[in-house]
Write a protein that binds this ligand. Structure first.
Ligand SMILES: [Zn+2]
Length: 412
């Protein structure tokens, strides 16, 4: 393994997470997740679909936040199909988009039974290469090429596909275990072969249909590093994602930090877990999906001990029964809940109650006009989120009223 090879995190909650059946996030909630991911030192957020019209204002507004340094240094990357037209049209709608992942299916199953004669193996490679060239010519700064269903793709063809992507100018290949059929053994072997043959950084995108998602992600990243290439792991907060979900962000980071034998592998040094508690709680609230009691790191029982031997052992020395510290995950602070009168800000708020809410947040408005403007935005934000706004959302709106306005604006 080369000393310099690292493992980076690309979180895809704002893309794979939100495309999950029966759950969704508002554009403000997606924005907040980007802010929290940036605070956690995550390398890149796959922040949405540049060709989906209701995303346009959100995507452009988030790129503006990047320009202002609020969403920096995190990279914001859009997911699109690997066709020339999709690249062109995406850049018409989202002209500042600099990072892209271009996706096309590579397995016999999908080429035969999804494209149904429209594309064969050679034209899949041609389409992808043309899309990569188009993106490069139009100023893309980084391009990942997604091999959808890579885990069921013949390895010789996958290598040929990846070589063509590299030649066309792609920076990474995303190995997608789209159906979650890999095991740690198969994904290790296949990614090792792929990375050795092509010499290109590998993105590992796994699904949890067999309950192996974190193990597969770690095994895949290890294989890329062992082959002398950088690795990128795709995650979702709380393991959201299609069907049984994607790799849970916090579990992946914990496995890389504390997994036996993983100490020789270098996780991107910027990643920190001190926001883990905050981001997981927020995503749970925003998605409306509770955190299971036994979720690694952030579940209610992750640091709870009851049986005699365990409680005694944990009290004597936490290392007897705790692999890592709760403080590292931002846990341990009491959460204060108002049990008396509480004024809230929402879609039908008036100026008096609204002022009371912001005074408690220690946000000062320069005059009545500014307060009225922010009040109006908060009303819209509540309609937009369809649930009570949290303090950090209220502060975000007050600090970035123009951006907030853009985020809420959708014209069908
Ligand atoms: Zn996926």
């Amino acid at each position: 393994m080369s000393e310099k090879n690292k493992i980076y995190i690309i979180d895809v909650t704002d893309r794979d997470g939100v495309q999950t059946s029966r759950i969704c996030l508002s554009k403000l909630q997606k924005t907040m997740l980007n802010i929290y991911l940036n605070e956690m030192g995550i390398f890149q957020s796959e922040f949405g679909f540049p060709l989906t019209r209701h995303e346009t204002n959100y995507l452009n507004a988030n790129l503006e936040l990047a320009k202002k340094g609020i969403l920096s240094p995190i990279r914001l990357e859009g997911w699109l199909r690997a066709t020339r037209d999709d690249v062109k049209n995406s850049l018409k709608l989202v002209p500042q988009l600099k990072h892209m992942n271009l996706s096309i299916s590579t397995s016999d199953q999908m080429i035969l039974h999804k494209f149904k004669g429209k594309l064969d193996h050679q034209s899949v490679i041609k389409e992808m290469a043309e899309a990569v060239k188009e993106a490069t010519e139009r100023g893309a700064e980084s391009i990942g090429v997604n091999a959808e269903d890579a885990s069921r793709t013949r390895i010789e063809y996958l290598i040929e596909f990846a070589q063509a992507a590299k030649k066309a100018g792609a920076d990474r290949i995303r190995y997608c275990d789209t159906l979650g059929c890999d095991t740690p053994f198969t994904i290790y072997e296949r990614i090792k072969l792929l990375a050795e043959a092509v010499g290109i950084p590998i993105e590992v995108h796994c699904h949890n249909d067999l309950g192996l998602v974190v193990a597969n992600s770690i095994a895949g990243a290890k294989a890329a590093n062992d082959a002398g290439c950088d690795a990128y792991i795709n995650t979702c907060v709380n393991g959201m994602g299609e069907r049984a979900g994607n790799a849970d962000l916090v579990s992946v980071i914990l496995a890389l930090k504390y997994g036996s034998g993983m100490q020789d592998y270098i996780l991107d040094e910027r990643v920190n877990l001190k926001n883990a508690w905050k981001i997981c709680k927020y995503a749970s609230y925003a998605f409306g999906v509770p955190i299971p009691i036994n979720q690694p790191g952030v579940g209610a029982n992750a640091f709870a001990h009851e049986s005699g031997i365990h409680a005694d052992g944990a009290l004597k020395d936490r290392r007897n029964y705790e692999l890592y510290d709760y403080e590292e995950l931002g846990r341990g602070e009491p959460e204060i809940i108002e049990t008396g009168r509480k004024i809230t800000a929402g879609e039908y708020s008036g100026i008096k109650g609204f002022r009371n809410v912001y005074e408690k947040l220690e946000v000062v408005f320069k005059d009545d006009a500014e307060a009225t403007e922010v009040l109006e935005l908060v009303r819209y934000a509540n309609v937009h989120n369809q649930e009570p706004l949290i303090d950090e959302e209220l502060k975000f709106i007050a600090k970035n009223p123009d951006i907030a306005r853009k985020i809420f604006t959708m014209v069908p």
